[in-house]
Design a binder for this molecule. Structure first.
Ligand code: G3H
Ligand code: 13P
Ligand code: NA
Ligand code: ZN
Length: 328
């Protein structure tokens, strides 16, 4: 059954768990997430980026979600727009059955340049006003995602934008966050703590210098009733890097966000954890393995099935670690 982000995260807060939000673009990713959820009795957040919507098409993606809902009637399902860049993107998502939208006003509409506070408040409050009229939930973002190692800010497509940003832009200010939530009425708030999108987040195991988890505790103190969202929260597992690289892949040495750090965040108000890269990596590593171990294989299903199994296993691990399991 379809539920809103607000309903799901209120339940998560009450019971002290977090919910991974997995990006999907196609049927295989959708099936993998739902099978994992069924395995461990977990509610689900599926999210689509603007890129996902144009890849599959709004009608196709909408029907995939309808089908998943019908196939897994016992799994509570929130369908969320990831990184909406304007009012139209958010409203058209709702028209296609999404029960939740992110208005990412931390960047301008081009999704490539940091915006100012007034722009962010104005557009996010407008989306919240409209979405709430029709019962959809809203996530906003304050602070710019990016690396505290390099000072590189993170455009929505995972490419850094030109020039370095100061630390104060890359780490959400608790007082500004408090004001932003009261002025916009968002249901959930994405925060910047040094994580970035994609595979290359940290050049070594992250410490508190580059992964500002202590900010989460401060944010939770000033915003005890706001659901916090961590973007760029793939863990980039070493074991999948190894499968990828040992079958012709070229991923340079890299670290993601350790699952333990996310679990610590969940103790301090983190309720939604965005994960895209981990499923991409597991899926393509599994497909590379098929390609290398059986070069004569040309039935795509023989690639997609191991890819689904790989994604399902990652999802299952996150549902278990975040305490989502058992809460469907
Ligand atoms: O926010 C970034 C997500 O990983 C989606 O990426 O825009 O390539 O679909 P995408
Ligand atoms: P990752 O690239 O770490 O998976 O982050 C995904 C994300 O934040 C989507 O909004
Ligand atoms: Na952002
Ligand atoms: Zn994101």
């Amino acid at each position: 059954a379809r539920i809103t982000l607000r309903q799901l995260l209120d339940h998560a807060a009450e019971h002290g768990y977090g919910v991974p939000a997995f990006n999907i673009n196609n049927m295989e990713q959708g099936l993998a997430v739902m099978e994992a959820a069924k395995d461990v009795d977990s509610p689900v957040i599926l999210q689509a980026s603007r890129g996902a919507r144009s890849y599959a098409g709004d009608i196709m993606l909408g029907r995939i979600i309808d089908a998943l809902e019908e196939m897994y009637p016992d799994i509570p399902l929130c369908m969320h727009q990831d990184h909406g860049n304007n009012v139209a993107t958010c409203l058209s998502a709702i028209q296609h059955g999404y029960t939740s939208v992110m208005m990412d006003g931390s960047l301008k509409e081009d999704a490539k340049t940091p915006s100012d506070y007034d722009y962010n408040v104005g557009i996010t409050a407008e989306v919240a006003r409209l979405a709430h009229m029709v019962g959809a939930s809203v996530e906003g973002e304050i602070g710019v995602l990016g690396s505290l190692e390099t000072g590189e800010g993170d455009a929505e497509d995972g490419h850094g934008f030109e020039g370095k940003l100061d630390r104060h832009m890359l780490v959400t200010d608790p007082e500004e966050a408090r004001r932003f939530v009261s002025e916009t009425k968002v249901d959930a708030l994405a925060v910047a703590i040094g994580t970035s999108h994609g595979a290359y987040k940290f050049t070594r195991e992250p410490t508190g210098e580059v992964l500002a988890m202590e900010i989460i505790e401060k944010l939770h103190q000033v915003l005890p009733n706001t659901h916090l969202v961590m973007h760029g929260s793939s863990s980039v597992p070493k074991e999948w890097q190894e499968v990828f690289n040992s079958h012709g892949g070229e991923m340079r040495e890299t670290w993601g966000v350790p699952v333990d750090e996310i679990v610590r965040g969940i103790k301090h108000g983190v309720r939604k954890i965005n994960i895209d890269t981990d499923l991409r990596l597991a899926a393509t590593a599994a497909m590379r393995k098929v390609a290398v171990t059986d070069p004569s294989e040309f039935d795509p299903r023989k690639f997609f099935k191991p890819a689904m199994d790989a994604m399902r296993s990652v999802c299952r691990q996150r549902f278990e670690a975040f305490g989502t399991a058992g809460n469907a």
